[in-house]
Each structure stands twice: as C-alpha cells, then as structure tokens.
Design a protein around this ligand. Structure first.
Ligand code: HEC
Length: 190
C-alpha cells in the first residue's frame, strides 16, 4: 500500500478512536447529570401534586424546573434544557435544529415499537459558535404527568384554567403514558 495512504488511514483511525472515547466519557457524564435532574423533578412534582393538588404543581413546573436546570447549568458550565416537539412554554422548550432532528428520530423509533426510556443521542458537533458535545435523552410520560399533560378528561378544570392563564399557546396536552413528552438536552462546549 502507498505509504501516504497508510499514514492517512492510521491518522483518521486514531482521531475517530479518540473521538469515540471522548463521546463515551462525555455521554456517561451527561447521563449522570440528566438522570438525577429528571428524578428530582419527578419527585418535586409528585410532592407538589399530593400536597397542594396539580394546581399548585403547575407553579412547581413553571418555577422549579427552569430553576433546577439553571442551577445545573451554572454548576457544570453546560447548558441543560427540556425541549419538545409540542411545547407548553415556547420560550424555554423550543428545540433547535439539532434537537428537533433527534426528537423526530425518537418519534420514528417509537413508531417502530422502541421504548422511550433508552433513547438518546450523543454527538460532537461543529457549529458556527464553536465545537460542542451534545446529548439528548427522551422523556417518557409517566402516570404522574397526565394531570397536566394528559387528555381533556384527565386534566381538571382548575388546572385547565391555570394552564390557559399561564400558557396561552400550550401544545403539551393529549399525551398518553409511555409516549415521548420531550427530551432533556445537554450542550457542553469543547
Ligand atoms: C402540575 C402540572 C404538571 C405536571 C404534573 C407535569 N408537568 Fe410538565 N410541565 C408543566 C408546566 C406548567 C410546564 C411549563 C414549564 C415552563 O414554563 O418552563 C411543563 C413543561 C414540561 C416540559 C418542557 C417542555 C414544554 O412543553 O414546555 C417537559 C419535557 C415536561 N413538562 C414533562 C413532564 C413530565 C415527563 C411529567 C411527569 C413526570 C410532567 N411534565 C408533569 C406542568 C406539569
């Protein structure tokens, strides 16, 4: 084989091997941030619903979820957000192009019968603003979510009133348990 080609092939192999290793490591780190975030949020939600009813929990979701995400972002230096194809809060939840592509891919995988719990994408991307590691993990709807994201019969009149007051452009209802409600997205500059 031509020496130059061999060297080139070796170099390419080495770079992609390093990338693969980085991605694996970053993916684990991102997962280790995303999972506790979702767990804590679920627990805070459950507590608020049981203590004050879903009406007061609307406030929890409104205030606490972005606050928790903001705290994590400040602590880690990574941007953490929740995104969806059908958002309740368009200001915080609207996906960018990369996130939208991943969310559409999740939907396609779900349509083939795959479970949302294990769906994630990790990638190193080059964007105009610079290179970053990106991670996105699907969030499945749980029984505790239907009081605010379920069908019209599952959402009480009080909650409906609160939601229409706070979120006049709400698209995030009509979900069934196990459907993909959205995703948690992490962006880490490199
Ligand atoms: C008490 C009502 C309530 C419950 C219960 C609830 N949510 Fe929400 N959810 C909201 C509100 C309000 C927002 C908008 C938050 C904001 O303003 O950023 C929201 C936003 C979201 C978003 C961000 C994207 C968007 O649409 O704006 C995701 C993802 C989400 N919820 C998932 C869940 C999941 C999963 C559960 C169950 C584990 C759940 N929610 C339970 C009220 C609720």
């Amino acid at each position: 084989m031509n020496k130059k080609i061999a060297l080139f092939a070796l170099l390419t192999l080495t770079t992609s091997a390093v990338y693969a290793e980085d991605i694996g490591k970053y993916q684990e780190e991102a997962r280790a941030v995303a999972m506790p975030f979702l767990k804590q949020l679920g627990a805070a939600n459950k507590k608020a619903v049981s203590e004050g009813g879903p009406e007061s929990a609307v406030k929890i979701c409104k205030d606490i979820a972005p606050q928790m995400a903001g705290d994590i972002s400040r602590q880690t230096g990574w941007k953490l957000t929740r995104v969806s194809l059908k958002v309740r809060n368009p200001l915080l939840g609207t996906p960018d192009a990369w996130e939208q592509k991943a969310l559409l891919e999740f939907e396609a995988r779900a349509a083939k019968g795959e479970k949302a719990d294990t769906m994630e994408v990790a990638e190193i991307v080059q964007e105009p603003a610079g290179k970053s590691f990106r991670f996105i993990k699907a969030i499945a709807l749980q029984p505790g979510c239907v009081a605010c994201h379920g069908s019209a019969e599952q959402i009480s009149d009080n909650v409906k009133a609160r939601l229409s007051e706070e979120y006049p452009h709400d698209m995030a209802t009509g979900y069934r348990v196990d459907q993909i409600r959205g995703a948690v997205s992490i962006k880490r500059p490199m």
